[in-house]
Structure formats: structure tokens, C-alpha cells
Design a protein around this ligand. Sequence first.
Ligand code: FCB
Length: 443
Amino acid sequence: MTAKLSLPQSSKMLSKDFVYGVATASFQIEGGASKRLPCIWDTFCDTPNKVVDGSNGQTACDHFHLWKEDIALIDSLGVDAYRLSISWPRVITKEGKLNPEGVQFYTNILESLKSRNIKAFVTLYHWDLPQYLEDEGGWLNRNTAYKFRDYVELISTAFGDLVHSYATLNEPFCSSFLGYEVGVHAPGKVGKEYGRKAAHHLLLAHGLAMQVLAKTSPNTKNGIVLNFTPCYSETDSAADKQAAAFADDYFNQWYIQPIYEGKYPDIINKLPIAHRPDIVEGDMEIISQPTDYLGVNFYTRAIYRYDDKEYFFQIEPPEPRTDIGWEIYPQAFTDLLVSLNEKYSLPPIYITENGASIDDVIVAGKVEDVRRFNYYQQHLNAVNDAIEKGVVVHGYFAWSLMDNFEWAEGYLKRFGIVYVDYDTQIRTIKQSGYAYKALISNR
Ligand code: FCB
């Protein structure tokens, strides 16, 4: 493949200050499970019929043992930054103390990144809640937010100046809605009375952690990573438009409005009392701490029609789609960034995840992932269009560095710009990876 990822010559995304990175998450790549406490994803994987291929995170990409090679791989891609997450159950004991071995694992990685001049973007929670906390109610227990604060205080102090940026949480929508409302993610709880309550405690955890980071780590860029699936109406009918607006409040604005406006969307008043979060006085002030940046994860959009029972009904995504069934619709990315920028008074945005699941094949040591290349080309342009419309974006991270454990899909979906052979743990840079490298180094 000779194609090159390109941007208009005048693009701000071609400036050396624009940060390009790759992203991963602890549970999805590390393995090394015997060296940490169990988390909710271990339990979920052990429950029959939860993960499509019946797999788990015991070995994953064995990054726990191969981290040196992996950091060299990241360096070879020429990126400015690496977004990784910390496994809470690896660094904190049941007694709430630091586990020195776990901390050392990450300190080694952070030091290696620093020596190579790669900025470390550290996510403090990417879904691997210690199982012993879930046994006490998990995110339905308000106390979990305070346990998170304590963990953040200890770990951010231990890391000192090795970190460039902290994200408190990755995608609280997924932790709360997927994990506690529809149950397709760990811990697999199902009930409308759970989702919003879990979300509130996650947002509270974010606010408490921001307060702590302001003290322990005032020199890092501290913020949060939210995912957005922009909502479109199937037709122009008032009913369909209303359905899409309701879904947008329920899935997207629910997580950002509390942070930047200190309140939940008005649809909260339409929810049955039993489904509403338990808000204690002062919570919204804690949640709406100022952030240094907003991390935005984008993959696809969703289309809704009116439904008289549930307010909205999501129709099947049209083609073209990636192999995980998500529609490819880059215009939604530009629309999203522009609309967030209009609605809120935001700090600079980093695109903290964007990428495509493609059923790659490796032939004679090469992966010609043309469809992933095209996805990146279209979505980089979409970000550039938003920047031209006045949105302040400071960086872009490809999801993901390498193929990994894709949650309820197991190892069946490949998102990497590097191919992983799970039998041999051999990594092979895909054509999209080479194209990404060329874009970065040709600036
Ligand atoms: C996001 C997650 C990330 C990855 C991608 C495909 O929701 O943050 O871990 O699984 O989706």
C-alpha cells in the first residue's frame, strides 16, 4: 500500500505542537493477572456467556512481561504520547495501601517513556474495579467514590513528575450504563434503577479525584475522558427528533453537563424517582471542578425513532460499518465537536480514542488494512474540519496501539494499528500503523 494519510497543508494538525499518540488500557493488554488482585472483569469473564469467545484477561497481550519491547514499538511509531491506564487492583492492596511491586511496574514504564521523550497520558480508571469493592456494592456504593479518591492520592504522589496528563475516568457511560443498567459489561448488573446511581458515584469520584490531583499533581494536565455517540433522528418528524434529543441527553449530555454546568439534563425530571441518582448536597459542586482538558472518544453515531414506551428506539446502523457493526459516519465527529464547543465553555479537547475494528489478515508478514487506513483518513479530516470551525483540539490518539481484549467481544475484534498473534505474542505493524507514523514524522 502506498497511500499516505494526509491533511491540508495549512492544517493545525500538522503543527509539531499537535500531540499524536496511541492508546491502550490495562485490562485489555497486560495479563499478569496473578500479580494483582482480581477485578470485576475477571469475574465477568469467568461467568458463562458474557464474553463472546469465552476468553479472559489472564494473559491478553502479555504486556506485563513484554512492556519493554512494547515501549520500543511505541517509540518506533514516532508518536509524541502514549495513553495508558493504571490497574487499580495492581497498585492498591485490600487494606488500601500501595502495592510496591505493582507501582514499580508502572514506574518502570513511565521512566522508559520519559527517557524516550514520550508524554505519558495516564488514565486512572479504565473499568477494572477491584472485585472486593464490587462485593461491597461497587459503583452503587457511594463509598467507592471515596476509595477512588484515596487511590488517586496515593498513586499520583508515587508517580511524582513522571506523568504529563491524568484522566480520572475513561467513559463513565460505559461503566454505568453498560455495566449497571443493561449488564453487557462488568459487573453485569441489570436495572434502570442502577445505571444513573452508578453514574452519579462515578462522576463524584471524578470530582473528588480532581480535587486531590490539584494538590498532589498541580503541574500535570488533569481532566476526564468521555465517549460520545451523537444521536440523529431517523426522519424529520417532531416525534423522531424528540426521541433523538432524549437519547442524546440520556447517553451523552448526562456525563458532560454535570462536569461543565454542575447539573444533569432536564430529562432527569421525566425519569421515575426510583431511577434517579441519589444526589447529596454539595455533590454537583464537587463534580463540576474545573478541568485542564476534555478527552473525547468517538467511534460512530446512532439513529433513533420515536417509541411511546421508552421515549426512543435505536434503529439498526446503516452501511458502511466496521466489523464491530458500528456505522462509519465521520461527519458526526465534526458535528459533535462543533456542538460541544457551542454548548459548553470547554477547555482544550484531546481526541483520546478513535479507530476501527477490521477483520485483519496477516499475509506473508504484512497486514494491508486498507479499510482502517480509510477510516483514519476520514476521521482525521473530520477533526480538522472541526478545528477550522473554531474548536480547540490539541491532540489525537489512535485506538489502539495493538489488537487486544475487546471487552465483551473478547479477542475477536481487532482495533490495533499493530497486529498481535496471540499464540506467539509477535507484534506486526499494520499498513495503517506505517501510515500513521509517516503522517507524524512528516510534519
Ligand atoms: C472504548 C473503550 C476502549 C475500547 C474501544 C473500542 O469504548 O474505551 O477500551 O474498547 O471502545
